[in-house]
Design a protein around this ligand. Structure first.
Ligand code: NAI
Length: 261
C-alpha cells in the first residue's frame, strides 16, 4: 500500500487579494485569512473603510498581515495598478477572491433597466475577468494558485425583479467553469461559491421581521447565514489541500436551494 500523503491545510505566508473587503463576506474573509497567517490585500471602493478593516485585523494580533487599497472593480487601470502594488508588496499573489458586489433591482420595462443591466453585468461579472487577467502573471508564479468567485443562489435560480443580478450571477458560474477548464492544466483552480441569504451590507436594509419570515419559509436551517460561515468555505477552497477541486459551484445557503416545499 502507498504511504498516506498528508496535504497542507495552511495558507500561512500565502498572499491574497480580496475585492469588496470593507464589509460583509469580504471583510470576514480578510479576517479569517489573516488569522490563518496569510497576507491580505483589503480592497474596496472607499480607502478609509479599507483602512478600518486593516486596523481591526492589526488590533486582533493575527499572525498574517493586511494592507488596504481603494479599488473600484469597474476600473481596469486601477485593478492593474493595485494588483501590481500588492504583488510587489507581498512578493506575489497566490489567491484572488472576486467578492465585490451590489444589488440593483429592476424589471425589464423600467426606464432604469438598461443602466441596471450594464452596471450589474460590468460590476458583478466582467469585473471578475478583469481581476483574474491582471493577476494571472502572479498566479502563474504561485505554488498553490487559487481563484474563488462569489456568485449567489441567484446564479442557480431567480428571485422576481432581479434579472440583471440573476444574469450576472449565472454568468459568474459560467466564467468559473470556463476558466476552470482553461487554467486547470496549469494547476490554477477556479471555484465558485453561491451564498444564500447572509447578514451583510447588501441585506442590511431588509427588515428583521421579513428576514425571519423568509428564512423560516425557505431555508432548512431557518435563519440567515453569517458572513463568517461563507468565509470558512472560501478558506477551504484556497487551501493547498484543495488541489483537486476545480470548477466547483458550492451553495452556502443553509439548504435553501435543495428545498422543494
Ligand atoms: P456587502 O455590501 O456587505 O459587501 C460588498 C462590498 O462590495 C461593499 O463593501 C461594497 O463597497 C463593495 N463594492 C461594491 N461595488 C464595488 C466596486 N465597484 N468596486 C469595489 N468594491 C465594490 O455585501 P456582501 O453580501 O458581503 O457581498 C459580497 C458578495 O456576496 C457580493 O458579490 C454579493 O453579490 C454576494 N452575495 C451576497 C448575498 C447576501 O445575502 N448578502 C447572497 C449571495 C451573494
Amino acid at each position: 500500500m502507498e504511504a498516506y500523503k498528508p496535504l497542507s491545510r495552511s495558507i500561512a505566508g500565502h498572499s491574497a487579494i480580496i475585492t469588496g473587503a470593507a464589509s460583509g463576506m469580504g471583510r470576514a474573509t480578510a479576517h479569517l485569512f489573516a488569522s490563518e497567517g496569510a497576507h491580505v490585500a483589503v480592497t474596496d471602493l472607499n480607502q478609509s473603510k479599507c483602512d478600518a478593516v486593516v486596523a481591526e485585523i492589526t488590533a486582533a494580533g493575527y499572525p498574517g498581515s493586511a494592507v488596504a487599497y481603494a479599488l473600484d472593480v469597474m476600473d481596469e487601470d486601477a485593478i492593474k495598478d493595485v494588483v501590481t502594488k500588492v504583488a510587489q508588496g507581498f512578493g506575489g499573489i497566490d489567491i484572488v477572491i472576486n467578492n465585490a458586489g451590489f444589488s440593483i433591482h429592476a424589471v425589464i420595462e423600467d426606464d432604469a433597466y438598461p443602466d441596471a443591466w450594464r452596471t450589474s453585468i460590468d460590476g458583478l461579472m466582467s469585473a471578475h475577468t478583469r481581476m483574474i487577467r491582471a493577476a494571472m502573471p502572479h498566479l502563474r508564479q504561485s505554488d498553490h494558485p487559487r481563484i474563488v468567485n462569489i456568485a449567489s443562489t441567484e446564479g442557480l435560480g431567480a428571485t422576481p425583479g432581479n434579472s440583471p443580478y440573476v444574469a450576472a450571477k449565472h454568468g459568474v458560474i459560467g466564467l468559473t467553469r470556463g476558466m476552470a477548464v482553461d487554467l486547470g492544466r496549469d494547476g490554477i483552480t477556479v471555484n465558485c461559491i453561491c451564498p444564500g441569504p447572509i447578514r451583510t451590507g447588501i441585506t442590511a436594509r431588509i427588515p428583521e421581521e421579513h428576514k425571519t419570515i423568509f428564512a423560516k419559509r425557505r431555508v432548512p436551517l431557518r435563519r440567515y447565514g453569517d458572513p463568517e460561515e461563507v468565509a470558512h468555505m472560501t478558506l477551504s477552497l484556497v487551501l493547498p489541500a484543495a488541489s483537486y477541486l476545480n470548477g466547483a459551484v458550492i451553495p452556502v445557503d443553509g439548504g435553501m436551494t435543495i428545498k422543494n416545499a
